[in-house]
Design a protein around this ligand. Structure first.
Ligand SMILES: C[S@@+](CC[C@H](N)C(=O)[O-])C[C@H]1O[C@@H](n2cnc3c(N)ncnc32)[C@H](O)[C@@H]1O
Length: 367
């Protein structure tokens, strides 16, 4: 397998490196989600095939006949897995016959050890038998996807690689600075007739308490947030020595002289936040990703629909709103090489009032 190519690195890479390190133990996330991700891919690409295969649970292990796999339209395709994390979709696509998958993520840690992970899965018998380990073509790029337009062009040129047949971006578009221009950047890397599947957080996915917590924590650097959450065992593999509820409930930080003084302003801030939302909410909602990722846009389904329909050269194939998980999946197709887009088409007001992400200057996320 080729080495990881490093083109750029986003400000969130430090956080995601530690996140993926903690999940990539011997048994890790990679193994756990393999089967679920495969089912998701089938559901995403061919809903009727999914219904046929999975409406009857006894068929779950069958994964479809060779003809079914043909219908999925993945066989022989060169696929881009954008913000791929540890690549469970990547392997799913290869199992369903992709020719190559290009993994792109800002975290270097998420991309390394792919060969070991695949070999381990093969040993454990968790990879579908049709995947031929000798022929797998996985390309790995560490890249800040906020610069996809620039860096992918460079990558394709340097590697003498033409455009992709299909692209996928699962649970990450809302973490990019401007999801609208990222959609266009992806469409510019795929062939005419190629499709892009993506989902994102929709309205309501990020509750007000998280926005409030972010307004405090995004002013701090990664080490500070990590150290603070470690005190309460809120980062993987660390046993906490304190109770967040107890600390945040107290009006006075000084009632806990043993608590590290550097966190005084955070304790004061949490004390204020818990008075608004309650201690239970504070304890249950704090999540390291929310306090570290520069952007968590909650995008309006209708606005995304209108946007993709309004760009010449792109057609909306289908969309599926999933209100129960405040998410939505889109499938769009490139209909012409001449995608007509200019920045005035980005509905800027949309994220200014719903997520205020541009206001968090503390960690210099404005690049
Ligand atoms: C929630 S995870 C999703 C991972 C994977 N797609 C999945 O569904 O399992 C978000 C991923 O987006 C990546 N990411 C976030 N911001 C990024 C950026 N600016 N450039 C590149 N990758 C980024 C993170 O490193 C992380 O691996």
């Amino acid at each position: 397998m080729r080495d990881v190519q490093v083109l750029s690195s986003p400000s969130s890479s430090e956080y995601y490196d530690s996140h993926w390190s903690s999940l990539l133990g011997d048994k890790g996330e990679f193994e756990e989600f393999r089967r679920d991700r495969r089912i998701e891919i089938i559901k995403l690409v061919d809903r009727s095939l999914f219904n046929r295969l999975f409406q009857n649970s006894s068929a779950i292990s069958q994964w479809g006949s060779p003809r079914d796999l043909q219908d999925l339209g993945i066989i022989g395709k060169n696929i881009l897995d954008l913000c791929c994390g540890t690549g469970s979709y990547t392997v799913g696509m290869l199992e369903f016959g992709a020719n190559s998958v290009t993994m792109v993520d800002g975290s270097h840690r998420s991309l390394i050890d792919m060969d070991k992970k695949i070999q381990q899965s093969m040993r454990n018998g968790t990879v579908l038998p049709q995947m031929d380990i000798r022929n797998i073509d996985i390309r790995r790029i560490q890249m800040d996807c906020n610069f996809l337009g620039r860096d992918m062009k460079k990558y394709l040129y340097l590697n003498n690689f033409s455009e992709f047949d299909l692209a996928i971006c699962r649970m990450a578009l809302h973490h990019l600075r401007c999801p609208f221009s990222s959609i266009i950047d992806v469409m510019n890397t795929i062939k005419v007739g190629g499709r892009f599947y993506f989902n994102f957080f929709s309205f309501g996915a990020t509750p007000p308490i998280i926005r409030h917590l972010r307004s405090h924590f995004m002013e701090k650097d990664y080490d500070y947030v990590f150290k603070f959450l470690s005190l309460f065992g809120m980062v993987p593999k660390v046993v906490g020595k304190h109770s967040l509820k107890q600390i945040a409930a107290n009006d006075s930080y000084f009632s806990y002289p043993a608590f590290p003084k550097e966190f005084k302003d955070t304790i004061n801030s949490l004390n204020h936040i818990q008075k608004i939302y309650g201690l239970e909410a504070l304890q249950n909602k704090i999540n390291p990703e929310d306090l570290n990722t520069p952007y968590i846009h909650n995008l309006d389904f209708e606005v995304i629909c209108r946007f993709v329909k309004g760009v010449d050269g792109i057609a909306l194939v289908r969309e599926r709103c999933e209100p129960e998980i405040t998410s939505g999946w889109f499938c769009i197709e490139k209909t012409s090489d001449n995608i007509k887009f200019d920045k005035s088409m980005i509905p800027k007001d949309h994220f200014n009032h719903n997520s205020q992400e541009y206001m968090y200057l503390g960690r210099s996320f404005i690049d």
